[in-house]
Design a protein around this ligand. Structure first.
Ligand SMILES: Nc1ncnc2c1ncn2[C@@H]1O[C@H](COP(=O)(O)OP(=O)(O)OP(=O)(O)O)[C@@H](O)[C@H]1O
Ligand SMILES: [Mg+2]
Length: 262
């Protein structure tokens, strides 16, 4: 198992954020984690890299490629070589005053000991792999000069730079328009097949998760309330909350027919 979270409980002060969460991701598998805002999806994924809120109390077990991440030395090795996260909202993780090339090569230089030139060559290859063009000019840009889709590809390339076995993709495509979203999803799928990577795919969109993932977990108020194969979850939701999500279609106000003439 690439990721094995068992009975994870996490609380900050008196607020319990995760309740008995168990989540597995096997080699080559895409596993969805779905739920409304605040249900604990990001907290679950971050726990895999031990990125927990200050003062958090935890119990249960979290293993990445068989390694227990409660040991600080182990978690450093896990982050260096085994698991990478695409964080929700790339603009908030990229330093706005640093050039894209410097941010994207940071881990290769500081953690993997590559020279700057080696890291630049490696990241340029990855930029091309994720569908970015004109990589030299792009590397000199600052985050505000790039569109959301380009930034998303940059953070995916940076996450893939360590050749992770496990990718934690937190709303990796939610901020993108539908066409770019489809391109990024196809790209992740291709890279995943080529590398036998396991992916934890976090989204609030059950329909997307059902179509894209091998298995889907549904979270509500810090608990896993449903867990099924992607192909069956929409047709056969077990939990009432999953059923409500499956039936949820955005409500748009009806158009006044006279508007069309105006
Ligand atoms: N650093 C923190 N300190 C205290 N509470 C936190 C912290 N980070 C998150 N929480 C709380 O944990 C709960 C779960 O948050 P989390 O970000 O995991 O939800 P989410 O499912 O990823 O939501 P979204 O879909 O909006 O990204 C929320 O109630 C949130 O307020
Ligand atoms: Mg989140």
């Amino acid at each position: 198992m690439l990721l094995s979270i068992e009975n994870l409980q996490l609380s900050v002060r008196d607020h319990q954020i995760l309740r008995n969460v168990s989540v597995d991701v096997a080699e080559g598998e895409t596993v969805g984690l779905v739920g409304e805002s605040g249900s604990g999806k990001s907290t679950t994924a971050r726990a895999a890299l031990r990125l927990v809120p200050d003062g958090a109390r935890m119990s249960g077990s979290v293993r990445v490629c068989g390694n227990d991440v409660t040991d600080p030395a182990v978690v450093r090795r896990v982050r260096r070589t085994m698991a990478a996260m695409i964080f929700q909202e790339p603009r908030s993780v990229l330093n706005p005053v640093r050039r894209i090339g410097d941010s994207a090569t940071e881990r290769l230089v500081h953690v993997h000991g590559m020279t700057r030139a080696e890291a630049r060559t490696r990241i340029a290859e990855l930029f091309v792999e994720v569908g970015l063009k004109d990589t030299e000019r792009l590397s000199r840009c600052h985050p505000h000069q790039l569109s959301g889709g380009m930034l998303q590809r940059v953070v995916i390339a940076a996450a893939l730079s360590i050749a992770p076995r496990l990718l934690l993709a937190d709303e990796a495509t939610s901020a993108l328009d539908v066409t770019t979203q489809a391109e990024v999803l196809a790209l992740l799928r291709r890279l995943q097949r080529e590398r036998e990577m396991g992916v934890l795919f976090i989204t609030h969109d059950l329909h997307l998760a059902a179509a894209y993932c091998d298995r889907v977990y549904v979270m509500k108020d810090g608990s896993i309330v449903d867990s099924q194969k992607g192909g069956t979850i929409l047709a056969n939701p077990v939990d009432p909350y999953t059923k409500a999500l499956a039936e949820a279609v955005p409500l748009l106000p009806e158009r006044d027919p006279s508007e069309a003439r105006r």
